[in-house]
Design a protein around this ligand. Structure first.
Ligand code: AMP
Length: 550
């Protein structure tokens, strides 16, 4: 028997129309580095999205399914592109401006982007690539920046504001199928070529509703969220879409991502929420200890993208800011879990839950797969690879304009679940604790050592600013941990005392013998520890390694 309910398509267009009318007064504030930030209401953003869609269709000839790329910071124009492009039936392709040039070239060519909208300040990055991007016909430049490099290239160049000027804001948004492509994002590609994840209108709509649930970020139009996570990193974790559903104000840092300006904008604009990877919060902490400022306006901060050291949570607790741990991936839109403790617990009882990756929302199903392929129990002890499925989880990767979507066996199970490559345990009450990436876990004499556990323990030492631990080959044990450590400013701690400090919380056989001091931990394009670079530095003899045995 069929239901009697309406079958309204869940589209980005519906989110846009809702946000620009019902929440028309909410604002996107973009940091400019000048005395006054730039402010634009949701109503204005919606009107300008209509004009942008007119320009893209009428002037640039963008058709349904054409890919329109963005090479932009987080700002109001980028939000306009977020809504205009999918709502007109084209596909938004956000480009990660921190990728190496050869990967950007690969990605743009693989997606066959027709147009790129770029911030003027990013043209020095884009211009040298353009001769290698044959599918790009148009470059639209937003904001200040030297445009002379674009002269003489085989592309038409447009100014964003001139393109919008004088056009109608009333765009005849087409009726779209909710399953069609709305946006795409390539994985950061730590191994092999980057893979394209294509989000549907439906997946974005449902994911946005989840972001807005109290068990996830749960914000309202009384809130302002500081969106530090880049719009090219999994759609800024869904925030631009979620905010248009509920009227949450957005504070956008544009290119001012250093700890000093971040602290300044928090003090000036008083956001109640923020979202970013742990390295941003580590950097801000160092800034605040040098130049103390009150950031307690932020009731809650969503932190994810890599494991949040518990010591970082404690440090922010002392500043009156609660970090809430979340886990996700490009393939999961990204919201997978969030670590709100169960209701009714005291602060001490909450702690063990806060330091997990959190629990799954109803839209995400999870299972753990053991080394033999068996499904493991949720007993808090059985460790296996996490697999997930759900309406905002990828089921395949983009196969290119002429290719079929592909489903590599190492990424998808035969019955359609996403293999996350993350290893962990799930407690009886459904909280996920990740111990490592499958490829980062240290396999020592048939036992597994968690690199994340060692890192978290090291970063709890007051004289350690950052620490990354990787597996290195060992004649006797197969692999052993190598600890690379960044000391806090002015610290002089020695390896023996660091090793004994670790020994207070970690079994002796797991303690690293190999140690190296480094000026900084290498980071990936989205600010995570880049362990493959550390492994290579070790293999190439670039690290000064000291042996310390207990
Ligand atoms: P990406 O697709 O680049 O965002 O990377 C996704 C990967 O980041 C996941 O598969 C995890 O390995 C890692 N990750 C994300 N969030 C967390 C977290 N809260 N704790 C540990 N690892 C995380």
């Amino acid at each position: 028997m069929l239901s009697t309910m309406q079958d309204v398509q869940l589209t980005v267009t519906r989110i846009l129309k809702h946000g620009m009318t019902i929440h028309g007064r909410s604002q996107v504030t973009t940091w400019t580095g000048e005395a006054e930030p730039h402010r634009r209401s949701f109503a204005e953003i919606g009107a300008r999205a209509g004009r942008l869609a007119h320009a893209l269709r009428d002037e640039l000839g963008v058709q349904q399914d054409d890919r329109v790329a963005t090479l932009m910071w987080n700002n109001a124009e980028h939000v306009e592109a977020y809504f205009a492009i999918p709502s007109m039936g084209a596909v938004l392709h956000t480009l990660n401006l921190r990728l190496p040039p050869e990967q950007l070239v690969f990605i743009v060519n693989h997606a066959a982007d027709k147009v790129v909208i770029a911030n003027g300040t990013l043209l020095p990055l884009l211009v040298p690539l353009l001769p290698h991007l044959p599918t790009i016909e148009h470059v639209v430049v937003a904001g200040p920046g030297d445009r002379s490099g674009l002269e003489g290239l085989n592309v038409r160049v447009h100014d964003y504001e001139e393109l919008l000027a004088g056009r109608s804001e009333a765009y005849p948004w087409p009726e779209l199928d909710e399953r069609q492509a709305a946006a795409m994002c390539y994985t950061s590609g730590t191994t092999g070529d980057p893979k394209g994840v294509v989000y549907s209108h439906r997946s974005i709509y449902l994911h946005s509703m989840q972001v807005n649930m109290a068990e996830s970020m749960g914000l309202t139009d009384a809130d302002t969220t500081l969106v530090v996570v880049p719009q090219f990193h999994v759609n800024a974790w869904g925030l631009p879409h979620a905010t248009f559903m509920t009227g949450i104000n957005m504070l956008m840092p544009d290119r001012f991502l250093q700890p000093g300006p971040i602290a300044d904008m928090i003090v000036a604009e008083q956001p109640t929420h923020a979202a970013a990877v742990p390295t941003i919060w580590q950097g801000l902490l160092a800034e605040l200890s040098a130049n103390p400022r009150d950031i307690s306006c932020m009731k809650q901060v969503t932190i994810g993208g890599s494991a949040c050291p518990p010591s970082l949570m404690e440090a922010y607790d002392r500043l009156g800011v609660r970090l809430c741990h979340a886990w996700g991936m490009t393939e999961t839109s990204p919201l997978g879990t969030m670590a709100h403790p169960p209701a009714g617990l005291g602060a001490d009882e909450e702690w063990p839950y806060r330091i997990t990756q959190g629990r799954f929302p109803a839209g995400v199903e999870a299972r753990l797969i053991g080394p033999g392929g068996d499904v493991l129990p949720w007993d808090g002890e059985s460790a296996g690879e996490l697999e997930v499925r759900g309406t905002w989880i990828a089921g395949s990767y983009y196969g290119g304009a002429s290719g079929e979507p592909h489903r590599p066996e190492d990424k998808f199970s035969a019955d359609g679940w996403l293999k996350t490559g993350d290893v962990g345990v799930i407690s009886t009450d459904g909280y996920l604790t990740l111990t490592d990436r499958a490829k980062d876990v240290i396999k020592s004499g048939g036992e597994w050592i968690s690199s994340v556990e060692l890192e978290n323990a090291l970063m709890a030492h007051p004289e350690v600013a950052e620490a990354a631990v990787v597996a290195v080959p060992d004649d006797k044990w197969g692999e052993r941990p190598l600890a690379t450590v960044v000391l806090a400013e002015g610290a002089t701690v020695d390896y023996n005392s660091l090793r004994s400090f670790l020994g207070e919380s970690i079994a002796k056989w797991q303690l690293p013998e190999r140690w190296a001091l480094v000026p900084a931990v290498p980071k990936t394009s989205v600010g995570k520890f880049d362990k493959k670079v550390i492994r290579k530095q070790y293999a190439d003899g670039e690290l000064e390694v000291t042996l310390v045995e207990g």
